[in-house]
Design a protein around this ligand. Structure first.
Ligand SMILES: [Zn+2]
Length: 362
């Protein structure tokens, strides 16, 4: 990811941990041959007034007990391990910590846990503090602190302002497998619709389809990456709208390779950068530069004069990392400059750039 979310309001994140505590205490009681403490007495004193009338939670917890009781000893151990692991964010995002999913446990307990935490997730929209629902408080706190209101998983799409129709709040680890983190804000992140619905969907960030373990960034802690295009080759890519674009080589810089690899496998960022931005914007970005050059200097007398203006042009754009896709645009312009400045194609690159000034701008 391109940046980590700036804030995590731990004091608002009590629903998931409260339910997990209730489950742990009830499971312990069942294992001891006793009945779980009933709702709302099972809740901590300070939350009882807020939750006591939430009969949907009460009923779903009551449904969980017989499903737990029906498990054999090994299954109970696995379930407990799943609860311990899935409530141990962010440690499980990396190695060596492993994480038990709920997949493969008997259907009744999977169903009961799923019903409970899916309902709890929906409660985040109705549980209010000072008149505002917890989910909106969390989103606004994150949104307000973002310098650029852009999705960190792609860098391409803007977040909607608080009060607009909500984006899906993404379950970073999918609730179908990591059920016990289903209403934990540590696992709930703003994510643009495209990343959430078209690319990530229900994919598991901790395991590939073949079962091998992978590592992922913590949305609130990173690691985060910058994008380098400097391994790209100027005249060797495909032809787009009659122009040859570079052969794009995209590298993620600044953190471990394993986490970046998961980011790309799940969100298909390199593929999206090339198809949706780089191939489409390459020539317009060169034309923008040529227009700037002509406006400031007129037509160039010498071929070499043109590319010498690129560093000033890049600096003058004043673009920071995320604004107007600067993390790609400035990299493209740097690639052109470096290609003109050295290497076997430098002469051809200088002439190619000069031709935009000479013939491409009217
Ligand atoms: Zn996105």
């Amino acid at each position: 990811m391109l940046f980590a979310f700036p804030v995590f309001q731990d004091d608002k994140n009590w629903l998931n941990s409260t339910l997990v505590d209730v489950l742990r205490a009830g499971m312990h009681a069942i294992d001891e041959g006793e009945a779980p403490v009933v709702w709302p007495d099972c809740l901590p004193d300070h939350l009882r007034p807020i939750l006591r009338n939430r009969s949907g939670l009460r009923n779903r917890i009551a449904d969980f007990w017989p499903a737990y009781q029906a498990l054999d000893a090994d299954q109970k151990l696995r379930l407990r391990q799943a609860i311990d692991d899935q409530t141990n964010l962010p440690d499980i995002f990396g190695l060596p910590r492993n994480c038990e999913t709920i997949v493969g446990l008997p259907d009744p307990v999977v169903e009961a846990a799923g019903q409970l935490f899916d309902f709890a997730f929906k409660q985040l929209k109705t549980l209010k503090l000072d008149g505002e629902c917890i989910r909106d408080i969390q989103y606004k706190a994150i949104y307000d602190q973002l310098q650029e209101k852009i999705c960190p998983f792609c860098g391409l799409n803007h977040f909607r302002a608080p009060g607009a129709p909500r984006h899906a709040l993404d379950h970073y680890l999918p609730a179908s497998r990591y059920t016990f983190a289903g209403s934990d804000f540590r696992n709930l992140v703003p994510c643009c619709h495209e990343c959430n619905s078209d690319f990530k969907m229900d994919q598991d960030l901790l395991f590939r389809d073949d079962g091998t373990r992978r590592q992922c960034s913590d949305p609130y802690m990173g690691p985060v990456y910058t994008v380098s295009l400097q391994g790209s080759r100027l005249f060797e890519g495909e032809t787009v709208n009659r122009h040859r674009v570079p052969l794009w080589v995209i590298e993620f810089v600044g953190g471990p390779v394993a986490h970046a690899q998961t980011w790309d496998e799940v969100y298909k960022v390199k593929e999206r950068f090339v198809r949706d931005i780089l191939n489409v914007c390459f020539i317009p970005w060169v034309e923008d530069f040529a227009r700037y050059y002509v406006q400031h200097f007129g037509k160039a007398d010498e071929v070499d004069e043109v590319y010498h203006s690129l560093p000033d042009y890049i600096a003058g754009l004043g673009l920071d990392h995320l604004r107007e896709r600067a993390f790609l645009k400035t990299e493209v312009l740097r690639l052109i400059y470096n290609s003109c400045n050295g290497g076997e194609n430098a002469e051809a690159a200088r002439i190619w750039l000069w031709e935009f000034v000479e013939y491409g701008v009217t």
